[in-house]
Design a protein around this ligand. Structure first.
Ligand code: HEC
Ligand code: HEC
Length: 216
């Protein structure tokens, strides 16, 4: 992605760094069925948004980049792919595993314990400094989880409970589901609070005043 769309991607991630297996993995926010799920109300935007707007939200936040024009070849290609993935899913229904696993948001985070989990179970791939593991031929083998090449503070993944829900089901890669819910919250509290690019427009998020506790 950074190489295919250098003007629109401002970090070292790919869409599929989070939407695993090309957007087909349940509980890793799959794209299956989204063609018939949007337009949809989003509390972060405070209005009904189109699938193109939702895609651009991830370009601007998760990818720390710039939105695509709705009529660009790239946007049309992404839309066509999501439409194809949605073949056979009735309009207006959600596939099982849309979004992430539910996580108990009353759990209190312990970032100090989270650091020890990170060191033992995450740092081998994502780096002791969250910097990821670079591919000598360009890009990353294991993507960064904080720092300048990671998602920005306005991204869904920068929210502790959202990150915990992703990690609980999907990380460590290949061993998803092995962390307890508390451990997932603790490790998410550790890495989400680390330095990462800012996103000034986040101050306009949740215009109706229903901002979640873990939003930055
Ligand atoms: C850093 C992780 C990350 C990356 C990289 C990322 N996303 Fe996302 N994406 C998320 C999260 C987290 C959500 C759900 C956010 C929420 O609901 O709070 C999401 C939601 C979405 C949704 C809506 C899903 C639904 O069920 O409504 C779409 C569509 C989407 N992303 C497309 C993309 C595209 C296209 C790219 C690449 C240009 C991308 N994302 C890159 C984390 C990421
Ligand atoms: C074996 C290597 C490996 C381990 C260990 C691992 N991950 Fe990952 N992780 C990956 C890969 C690879 C991806 C991107 C998925 C892809 O490209 O298919 C990823 C993606 C992520 C992402 C979303 C993308 C980003 O860079 O922000 C987060 C967050 C994450 N991992 C957190 C963790 C946490 C927390 C742990 C420890 C509990 C962990 N990972 C352990 C390999 C690993």
């Amino acid at each position: 992605m950074p190489r295919q769309l250098p003007k629109n991607v401002g970090n070292g991630l790919n869409c599929t760094s989070c939407h695993l297996n090309a957007g087909t993995t349940a509980y890793a926010s799959p794209w299956v069925g989204l063609a018939g799920a949007f337009p949809e109300y989003r509390s972060r935007s405070g209005k009904i948004i189109s699938l193109q707007e939702r895609i651009n939200d991830c370009f601007q936040r998760s990818m720390n980049g710039k939105p695509l024009a709705f009529d660009s070849a790239e946007m049309n290609a992404i839309m066509a792919y999501m439409k194809w993935l949605s073949t056979g899913v009735p309009t207006g229904t959600n596939v099982t595993g849309r979004g992430f696993e539910k996580i108990d948001t009353s759990l209190k985070p312990n970032p100090v314990h989270g650091k020890s989990i990170y060191t033992a179970q995450c740092a081998s791939c994502h780096g002791a400094e969250g910097q990821g593991t670079k591919n000598p031929h360009g890009g990353y083998i294991f993507p960064p989880v904080w720092g300048k090449d990671s998602f920005n503070v306005g991204a869904g993944m920068a929210r502790m409970y959202t990150a915990a829900a992703f990690v609980k089901h999907n990380m460590p890669l290949g061993q998803g589901g092995t962390l307890s819910e508390q451990d997932a919250v603790d490790v998410a509290a550790y890495f989400t609070e680390k330095p990462r690019p800012d996103y000034a427009a986040r101050l306009k998020d949740w215009p109706k005043g229903d901002k979640p506790r873990d939003a930055r």
